[in-house]
Design a protein around this ligand. Structure first.
Ligand SMILES: *Cc1c(COP(=O)(O)O)cnc(C)c1O
Length: 485
């Protein structure tokens, strides 16, 4: 028996090695690709050929390819073609956001206003006065490009901008609390998406965290008992992403500021989202605006540039001059500063805030957060009618009332009323449709429930509807094909 087995194996081994020998050569592969893709860099073609040959070797090894025809250049050319196209396309892609989450961190948070995009173009296209004082002709400071605007919009004495809010918190604690203690309520020991943990950042800064109170209750006496000669500041962290509901209490930031000042300490606040607009008239409550926080007597406030503010990724620091000046002199700033494209986009965004109505209309994040339920219902009806007209028979389309979220940790428990366009595909499941839509160009991200793929038009512009129809057509048609076969 064993004799037969061995000869069987040998037979298989022989045919395999002859298949391996008949694999196309890298040169032959390259020659045919160069004809098909005359403008594509040699490097991409070479990588594709090598990857293709590797796949074929694997096919032979696993028995998926058993004949010479299957591994011929002719037979694999369509596969090879797709490989080149995929390898040659940029990894950074535009995505259609049909999820309705306005500040979607995974989708790049805020979309910039037209004015900000234009400022980025100018900053990117030529030299600029980034650190050049045009009055004296000498070295200037990059922060001066936005400091005055930030001060007049927030009421703060001084301002500074760094790479993101995590960097802002790090710089603030490193400058003001290093080697000492900073007191923080246990109810605010937060972890934000992307594993940004307040305690870990503090540790990096060389400040020691003095936790007080319990998760759900912290009283002024807890702070009082924690005071020592090592105390450098009191910190308030905005509890992004979650709320403690039910039996809880915390000391209001205003009261805490008075307490800190009575003991000669600075009161610091990591506000997270940091809005310059009051959204309460749009049904979004309980988030203080930056000017309100400054008015409440908080000495240093940090917040993100690309969350509710609607600008580029940045960490904005505003507050009392004596503290901000110290931060400006911290060597760490050299590693945390932001670049010219960011500053250009930030200045242009902030300029729009000088008139609140202009800000509401021109900054996409602000506009999307304040779009009314009626407008969204009309928009959803428009999209449904378009889908019924353009893609009949491929799916069933209906509408449903639901809620959108702001995202980015802002207004976590508050939904904004919206209308979803629900798509019930004929040829496949909603889950399969969702997957297919990830490989269309551009990809479309939506929501999913049991039977429906859902699109929230809060985060789509009407001029994107054409693209939505195009990618849905492609995905739904593929759906039909695969189920028929
Ligand atoms: C989002 C957030 C951060 C981190 O801000 P980035 O700009 O993403 O670095 C820090 N603290 C709070 C409270 C936040 O909400």
């Amino acid at each position: 028996m064993s004799g037969y087995e061995r000869s069987d194996n040998n037979f298989q081994g022989d045919s395999m090695s002859s298949l391996f020998r008949s694999l196309p050569s890298v040169d032959a592969c390259l020659r045919s690709l160069e004809e098909l893709f005359p403008a594509t860099p040699h490097m991409v073609l070479l990588q594709s050929c090598r990857a293709m040959l590797e796949e074929l070797r694997n096919d032979i090894r696993t028995g998926r390819a058993t004949t010479e025809e299957e591994i011929s250049l002719e037979a694999v050319l369509p596969r090879l073609r797709r490989m080149v196209e995929k390898k040659d396309s940029p990894r950074f892609r535009r995505v259609l956001n049909g999820a309705g989450v306005v500040v979607h961190t995974n989708l790049g948070r805020s979309v910039l206003a037209k004015e900000a995009r234009e400022a980025v173009r100018v900053a990117a296209s030529g030299y600029s006065n980034l650190e050049f004082n045009l009055e004296t002709g000498e070295r200037g400071s990059r922060i001066s490009l936005v400091e005055e605007l930030l001060c007049s919009l927030t009421g703060a004495e001084a301002a500074l901008v760094v790479n993101n809010n995590a960097a802002a918190v790090l710089l603030m604690l490193d400058t003001l609390c290093k080697g000492g203690e900073v007191i923080l309520s246990r109810g605010q020991l937060v972890e934000i998406g992307g594993s940004f943990r307040i305690p870990d950042v503090m540790e990096r800064s060389g400040a020691t965290l003095k936790e007080v109170g319990t998760t759900n209750r912290t009283h002024l006496s807890d702070y009082e008992n924690a005071l020592s000669e090592n105390t450098r500041a009191i910190l308030w962290v905005h509890p992004s992403n979650y709320r403690i509901i039910g039996f809880h209490s915390s000391v209001p930031a205003v009261e805490l500021a008075d307490f800190a000042h009575a003991h000669g300490l600075p009161m610091l606040e990591d506000l997270g989202s940091g809005s310059l607009m009051d959204f309460s008239s749009f049904g979004l409550h309980d988030e203080p605006t930056v000017p309100e926080v400054i008015r409440a007597g908080i000495d240093v406030v940090t917040f993100s540039g690309d969350k509710v503010l609607g600008g580029p990724q940045a960490g904005i620091i505003v507050g009392r001059k004596e503290y901000v000046d110290k931060m400006k002199k911290n060597q760490l700033l050299r590693a945390l500063r932001c670049d010219k494209l960011t500053l250009a986009a930030l200045e242009a965004t902030l300029r729009l805030y000088r008139d609140p109505e202009t800000a509401r209309q021109s900054i996409p994040t602000v506009r999307r957060m304040s779009t009314s339920a009626e407008t969204l219902q009309e928009r959803a009806e428009k999209l449904r009618a378009l889908l019924e007209k353009e893609l009949p028979g491929l799916a069933e389309y209906s509408l449903r009332d639901d809620f959108s979220r702001v995202g980015g940790g802002a207004f976590p428990e508050q939904g904004m009323a919206t209308t979803l366009v629900c798509i019930h595909p004929q040829g496949c499941s909603a889950m399969q449709l969702k997957k297919r839509l990830l490989s269309t160009d551009p990809p479309l991200v939506g929501r999913l429930d049991d039977r429906y793929f859902q699109i929230d038009t809060r985060t789509l512009e009407e001029d994107e509807f054409r693209d939505v129809v195009l990618v849905l057509r492609e995905a739904l048609q593929e759906c039909g094909v695969s189920s028929a076969s």
